[in-house]
Design a binder for this molecule. Structure first.
Ligand code: PEP
Length: 256
């Protein structure tokens, strides 16, 4: 019912030449295959056009890791949603834990950015998840509920098609420590329940909820095969073509 999405977040890695080469390598590995889900790469802004040039049967969708919260004007250093759209971007990652932590981004900012993304006809991937101390003190659900409640009801025209959620327990990001299948399924089912309260049962049923946090070829099939997990947001493993394709293979295998 829900099409999987495997999304690679390249973070602050891969200039135009290296990014083009990595995307070409992934495209080569996927050549001739018809995927039953979606595969997306989100390079740094400057690398987006180079990755977009990798055509020739390339099944990779193109995304970005951020966007401005303003449409245009005197906002030095910003990149607008319309500019990204012109460059071929279809998805924009918003509220990644690294931006929450290092750029101190807030719910108000996420709402403005996502509304601009949806208004432009693009899709947003909204990230959320608890830090280690919150999990250890038994507050994971409370934190996730607050993160969802602070943003979802304030979105204009969001639906299960243009909004993707990404549960990313911060303690699992880049640490090599993956959420157990039990934790992942429990948090995803909890998230879907909160989405049902905020956006209705039907939207919740169709909403794609990705798992992020040390996902790799060896655990992708099990994680993405869980009932409420609809794909992965991939950091480190997205930087190696074989690993990224291995995760896509895991997502495909989870459908068999
Ligand atoms: C991420 O940063 O979104 C992420 C999931 O990273 P990693 O796969 O490296 O844990």
């Amino acid at each position: 019912m829900r099409r999987y999405l495997v999304a690679g977040n390249w973070k602050l890695n891969m200039g135009p030449a290296a990014g083009r080469a990595l995307a070409a390598e992934v495209a080569e590995l996927l050549k001739g295959r018809t995927l039953r889900g979606d595969a997306l790469v989100c390079p740094p802004f400057l690398t987006i056009p180079a990755v977009g040039e990798v055509a020739d049967g390339n099944p990779l969708l193109l995304g970005s890791q951020n966007c401005a919260d303003k449409a245009q004007g005197a906002y030095t250093g910003e990149v607008s949603v319309e500019m990204l759209k012109e460059a071929g971007v279809q998805y924009v990652i918003i509220a990644h834990s690294e931006r929450r932590e290092y750029q101190k981004e807030t719910d108000d900012l996420f709402v403005r950015k996502i509304n601009l993304i949806l208004e432009a006809g693009l899709k947003a991937i909204f990230c959320f998840g608890e830090v280690l101390e919150e999990r250890q003190s038994g507050r994971a659900e409370e934190v996730v509920r607050a993160q969802l409640t602070g943003v979802l009801p304030r979105l204009e025209n969001a639906n299960a098609y243009n909004l993707v959620l990404a549960y990313e327990p911060v303690w699992a990001i880049g640490t090599g420590e993956t959420a157990t299948p039990e934790i992942a399924q429990q948090m995803h089912a909890f998230t879907r329940g909160v989405v049902a309260e905020l956006m209705g049962e039907e939207v919740a049923g169709y909403m794609r909820i990705l798992y992020g946090g040390s996902c790799k070829p060896g655990n992708a099939r099990e994680l993405i095969g869980l009932p409420d997990v609809d794909g992965g947001l991939i950091g480190g493993a997205a930087l190696k073509a074989a690993d990224f394709v291995g995760i896509i293979d895991g997502a495909e295998a989870s459908l068999d």
